[in-house]
Every structure is written in structure tokens, then in C-alpha cells.
Design a protein around this ligand. Structure first.
Ligand code: ADP
Ligand code: TRP
Length: 317
């Protein structure tokens, strides 16, 4: 089974990215042939600063390695190191109905958040389909918001197969329901665009956790934990027993949000402090990071070449 995922280097990674996307990838690392790429072409739809893009690309690679990506088990590469994805995106574009892209929520959402209506942003799902299909992936771990892009990918694979004969498998999204949407500090979906994130290695994690918005139920009153952001976030970090204890504390009354936030912060440190130590080591050795990415690109290009050879023959190029 081939498992592939990508992440945009469009800013610092946050808890939503970790539990919504990265962790599924690590959990699946033992289960198949794995690919993880840094979608720097995709990030160009919103990042307009070359240095920022180059730096963020490295930061994402470091974050993945620090948090558990094993380069012996997962091929990690920069999207731009596999230029054939652009070529495949064009072939797919020529089969993509405008209406299919017009229906995509993420495009409409970006418009609603004031991003420029560029062709790149509009055509984004076609490039994403190319990323996935070029590696012949079976399973694609992503967050819930990417589900529609996986449907577009399947649709385009089917259209290509119908037009030219069977080349592509239809990949499945892998979206663990338990972590469908991670809330941010204001209770809506955690996202860079909403400025409500807590980054993986956030120097102001304490301030942000203590600032998570809660209701104004007095400390002594019983509270319903479900739906409360502090409790929902704690569930991601804590053991089932710890989660049950917090739920009981909330329901019993006399337990305030301040105490819950402190427990959340310490559960975060328990998980992330060892990752931080690993990351600090990796930062000291930039050559190793570059070697890993170069090696990843070599393997990824070899896989892409197998697909592209078939594709070019079919399309007449
Ligand atoms: P952002 O919304 O901050 O821009 P991205 O869109 O770059 O994040 O998301 C990268 C990956 O992380 C995607 O697979 C996405 O579904 C996942 N992800 C991001 N935020 C969350 C969240 N709050 N809950 C669950 N998954 C998330
Ligand atoms: N669109 C994805 C996101 O914003 C990133 C991405 C690009 C991706 N290409 C992909 C994810 C291919 C999985 C597979 O999170």
C-alpha cells in the first residue's frame, strides 16, 4: 500500500496540523510505502516572498523529522524537486471541467478571507491531484477540509482513465474521525488564517493556552466538558484515564478552566519537549537535512518517472 501526504510551507505548523495531518502519517508509517512532501508550489498561492517560502520549506521538514518522520521509512521531498507534477497537472487540467473547481469550498473560503482570486488558487486542486496520482498513492492522510480535494482527485483519475485507458488508481482519503477538527484558541477551527493557532514549538504556548476562550461559568459550578476547547484539546494529548479524570472534575464543579489549562499545558510539554530536543539537534546539522531531502527527491522522481512514462504514451506526448 502506498501512503502519501503533503503539507504546505505557508507558515509555522500548529497543533491542528499535527493532530489533523502529521500524526496520521506517523501512525501509518509502519503500514506501507510512505511519501511525505512539502508542497512549496502550492504555498505560492498565498506566499509571495521567496525567502519566506524557502525558510518555511526547511522548517516544515525539520518539524516532521523532529516529531517522528523516519527517513528510512518515509520518502520526504520538496514538491518542486519533482517537476513532472507540473506536467501531469497540465494533462489533468485539460480534462478538468471548470464547474468542478468552481464548487471547491477551499477556493471559496480563501476568497472569503480576502486572498487574491488567482488562477493558481483556482487550479490548486488539479495540482494536488497530480501530486497524488503521480506517485500512484492508495491512501492519503489529510484533515477533513481536504476531503473534497480527494474527491476531485478521484474524479480526475477516473476522467483520465475513461479518456485514455486505465492508468491511475483511485486513492482514498484517510481522515481519522476523532481528530476531525481541532479547535483554536477562539473555539473555531485552528487555522493560520484565523490567527488562533498554537504552534508546535511555540515560545508563547503558555500565554496562548492560558488565553484560550472559555465561557464565564463560575469556578464552583459544574460544567459540561464536551465542546469546551480546553477539554477538546486536552483529549488530544492526554491518556484516556487523564481525560476521564478531567471530565469528572468539570462535571463535579469546583474545578475551573484555569486548572484545566495548566493540565493541558503540561500534557503538551510532555509530548513536545522531546521533539523540541530532537529538533534542536537537527537544526545544528543543515547538511543532513539537505541530504535527506535530496535522497527523497531521487526516490520520488524514480516513482514519478514510472507513471509519467505511461501517461505520456497515452496522451501522445
Ligand atoms: P491552516 O488552516 O492553518 O492554513 P493547512 O490548510 O495548511 O492549515 O492544513 C494542513 C493540514 O493540516 C491539512 O491536512 C489540514 O486538514 C490539517 N489541519 C489544519 N488545521 C486543522 C485543524 N484545525 N483540525 C484538523 N486538521 C487540520
Ligand atoms: N492541500 C493540502 C493542504 O493544504 C496540501 C497538499 C498539497 C496535499 N498536495 C497534496 C495533501 C497531496 C495531500 C496530498 O493541506
Amino acid at each position: 500500500m502506498r501512503i502519501l501526504t503533503g503539507i504546505q510551507p505557508s507558515g509555522k505548523l500548529h497543533w491542528g496540523n499535527y493532530f489533523g495531518a502529521m500524526k496520521s502519517m506517523f501512525d501509518l508509517q509502519e503500514k506501507g510505502e510512505n511519501f511525505m512532501f512539502i508542497a512549496n508550489y502550492h504555498a505560492m498561492t498565498t506566499v509571495r516572498d521567496g525567502k519566506a517560502l524557502r525558510d518555511a520549506t526547511k522548517e516544515v521538514a525539520l518539524d516532521y523529522l523532529a516529531c517522528g518522520l523516519d527517513p528510512n521509512k518515509t520518502i520526504m521531498y520538496r514538491q518542486s524537486d519533482v517537476p513532472a507534477v507540473q506536467e501531469l497537472a497540465w494533462y489533468l487540467s485539460c480534462l478538468t471541467p471548470m464547474g468542478l473547481l468552481e464548487r471547491c469550498h477551499s477556493y471559496k473560503d480563501k476568497m472569503a478571507h480576502g486572498f487574491d482570486a488567482t488562477h493558481g488558487l483556482f487550479a490548486y486542486p488539479v495540482l494536488m491531484a497530480a501530486d497524488i496520482l503521480i506517485m500512484n498513492a492508495d491512501l492519503v492522510p489529510v484533515g477533513k477540509d481536504q476531503k473534497q480535494h480527494l474527491e476531485v482527485t478521484r474524479d480526475l483519475a477516473q476522467k483520465f482513465n475513461n479518456a485514455y485507458g486505465e492508468v491511475f488508481k483511485l486513492p482514498d482519503a484517510y481522515i481519522p474521525e476523532t481528530v476531525a477538527t481541532i479547535p483554536g484558541t477562539d473555539g473555531q477551527k485552528m487555522s493560520k488564517s484565523y490567527h488562533n493557532t498554537i504552534e508546535l514549538f511555540d515560545v508563547s504556548a503558555k500565554k496562548k493556552v492560558m488565553g484560550i476562550q472559555t465561557d464565564s461559568t463560575p469556578m464552583e459550578e459544574p460544567k459540561e466538558p464536551n465542546g469546551n476547547s480546553v477539554y477538546e484539546l486536552y483529549k488530544l494529548f492526554a491518556t484516556p484515564e487523564e481525560v476521564e479524570t478531567m471530565a469528572n472534575n468539570f462535571r463535579a464543579g469546583g474545578y475551573g478552566y484555569g486548572s484545566a489549562k495548566k493540565e493541558l499545558l503540561s500534557a503538551y510539554h510532555r509530548l513536545f519537549d522531546p521533539f523540541k530536543a530532537k529538533r534542536d539537534e537537527l537544526v545544528k546539522d543543515p547538511d543532513t537535512l539537505e541530504d535527506i531531502l535530496r535522497e527523497g527527491a531521487k526516490k520520488a522522481n524514480a516513482c514519478a518517472a514510472v507513471t509519467m512514462e505511461k501517461v505520456r504514451r497515452k496522451v501522445g506526448i
